[in-house]
Write a protein that binds this ligand. Structure first.
Ligand SMILES: Cc1cc2nc3c(=O)[nH]c(=O)nc-3n(C[C@H](O)[C@H](O)[C@H](O)COP(=O)(O)OP(=O)(O)OC[C@H]3O[C@@H](n4cnc5c(N)ncnc54)[C@H](O)[C@@H]3O)c2cc1C
Length: 485
């Protein structure tokens, strides 16, 4: 009997499979994953690069889980063609599998710019950063290396740069735009970030592109020796990490005749607009003109699709997601959300800003109609949780705007206090877990972050909310221990 076939076993595909099995124990379920290993938390690759986690600590679904749950998992097998007419998928091992519903979760691939020196693939020592294999290759290249160049100063490039600098390498980030992380930061914040990174041994070369990779012959074969910049300058490097952005992996879907814009165009039930028996989730899908590049929307889509296909909530709909980003880089606190680029000249918005570049601090909130529409917290993120909640719920703001930036000022809480947090507040953005759910979990006996994580999944995405979850658990413990009456 044909059932659901999932193409792609990354963060969206693997989450969909587990969500589906939670709701329906019998539905025939097959998942194909081009990567041979068990699915892993891609978000935490930056921690692996930095040495804060080991590869074996970031697995998502244990291989034995599939057998125990009657899921046919084909790891290391790629789907090479979709035959929509006959509802079949053709795999790289020659197998042909029928489907009733096809879920495409092929994610994105790293963009490798067409540079001289990359003609026959990347030379040893030059790696595009997307997969666990890439991460292992970067770590191998970094062993005993002195100089690294990271091409691309977005979130991923900076996390890679920080990881390599933490391993003692001298790191230069080469970035085409005028300031770092230009998608999330305004120029002022970008400057402060560059200064902070400078103190950590990371140089930023801005408004310049890499024009070629240079190679040399070593005993082990051809390997990278550095990069040439557009102005003719040469930067010597033993390791070159390419973090030049990603492109939704839609080749299969395009060949199958599905409508593609940047991603596979889907409706709010995550159905391809060309074929309702095909669904698309995660970074390969595009809803409402947006391709989301974060894990929270991918996991939300996975849960919604499981609700729809298992018919546990036939009214479930994906209506878009808010984008909240936290940098995972030691000694660089950074959280951003929403629209951050507004300046003082925009009459419709109110911008409150504080900058102390010497100490690496830059804070900004953007307010419209008394609601928070964007924020940057760099260097000190004590109000990140509060701002996230205000942004998430589009709640009215306190008239004292400074309290949004400075914990403890004018009677504002010293930090994001669990006491003041409403039960509806989202604590774990990646998994959409509220304070109320954590409280309920605690009331049912979970007394540690690990127990809460096992039951709710809170803190198992980027890990940025771990302190907040711990704070809530400790606060509930204290409440219980406090004498009553
Ligand atoms: C280093 C790094 C750090 C990140 N940090 C953050 C962060 O802090 N916060 C955040 O929200 N997001 C972060 N992201 C982004 C996040 O990882 C992605 O949004 C998320 O992985 C998207 O999930 P996905 O399943 O759509 O794609 P992926 O996780 O890429 O999974 C797609 C899978 O499909 C497989 N596949 C592709 N084609 C086929 C085929 N034809 N047949 C079979 N399998 C196929 C691929 O091999 C891959 O395993 C980070 C990403 C990286 C690389």
């Amino acid at each position: 009997m044909s059932g659901i076939v999932v193409v792609g076993n990354g963060m969206a595909g693997s989450r969909f499979v587990t969500e589906m099995r939670d709701r329906d124990r019998k539905m025939p379920l097959t998942v194909f994953g081009a990567e041979a290993q068990q699915p892993y938390n891609r978000v935490l690759l930056s921690n692996v690069l930095a040495g804060a986690s080991r590869p074996d600590q970031i697995g998502l679904v244990d291989p034995s889980w599939y057998e125990r749950h009657g899921v046919d998992a084909r790891l290391g097998v790629e789907i090479v063609r979709i035959d929509r007419e006959r509802r079949l998928v053709h795999a790289s091992d020659g197998g042909v599998t029928p489907y009733r519903t096809l879920v495409i979760a092929t994610g994105s691939t790293a963009i490798v710019p067409p540079l001289p020196g990359t003609g026959d693939g990347l030379p040893a020592g030059a790696v595009a950063f997307r997969t666990l294999d890439d991460c292992v290759r970067i770590l191998e290249a970094a062993e005993g290396a002195k100089h690294a160049v990271v091409v691309g100063g977005g979130l991923l490039g900076i996390e890679a740069a920080r990881g390599l600098a933490g391993r003692g390498l001298d790191v230069t980030v080469v970035h085409l735009a005028g300031h770092l992380m230009e998608r999330q930061l305004d120029p002022g914040a970008g400057r402060v970030l560059a200064r902070t990174l400078g103190r950590l041994g990371i140089r930023a070369r801005l408004e310049i592109s890499v024009s070629a990779l240079r190679t040399e012959e070593a005993a082990s074969g051809t390997r990278v020796s550095g990069v040439e910049l557009a102005n003719g300058e040469f930067l010597s490097a033993d390791v070159v990490v390419l973090a030049c952005g990603v492109r939704p992996d839609v080749a299969l879907a395009r060949e199958a005749g599905l409508e593609i814009d940047r991603g596979i165009v889907v409706d709010e039930m995550l159905r391809s607009v060309s074929d309702p028996s095909v669904r698309a989730i995660g970074e390969c899908s595009q809803y409402g003109g947006t391709v989301y590049g974060l894990v929270a929307p991918a996991w939300e889509q996975a849960a919604i699709l499981a609700d729809l296909l298992a018919e546990t909530d036939v009214d479930a709909r994906f209506t878009g997601a808010r984008e909240i980003t936290r940098l995972k880089a030691a000694s660089v606190e950074l959280a951003t959300m929403g629209e951050t680029h507004h300046g003082d000249e925009d009459p419709d918005v109110e911008v409150v800003r504080f900058a102390d570049p010497a100490r690496g601090t830059y804070k900004k909130v953007v307010i419209k109609d008394d609601r928070l529409i964007g924020a940057i917290l760099l260097g000190e993120t004590g109000t990140a949780g509060t701002l996230t909640q205000l942004y998430d719920r589009a709640a009215p703001l306190p008239s004292d705007r400074l309290s949004l930036l400075f914990p403890g000022i004018n009677g504002a809480p010293v930090s994001d206090s669990p006491v003041r947090m409403p039960d509806a507040a989202t604590v774990c953005q990646c998994n959409n877990v509220s304070k109320g759910q954590i409280r309920a979990c605690w009331e049912h006996g979970a007394r540690t972050v690990e127990e809460v994580a096992a039951r709710t999944r809170a803190s198992t995405g980027c890990g940025g909310c771990r302190d907040a979850v711990e704070g809530i658990v400790c606060w509930l413990d204290e409440q219980e221990a406090a004498p009553t009456g």
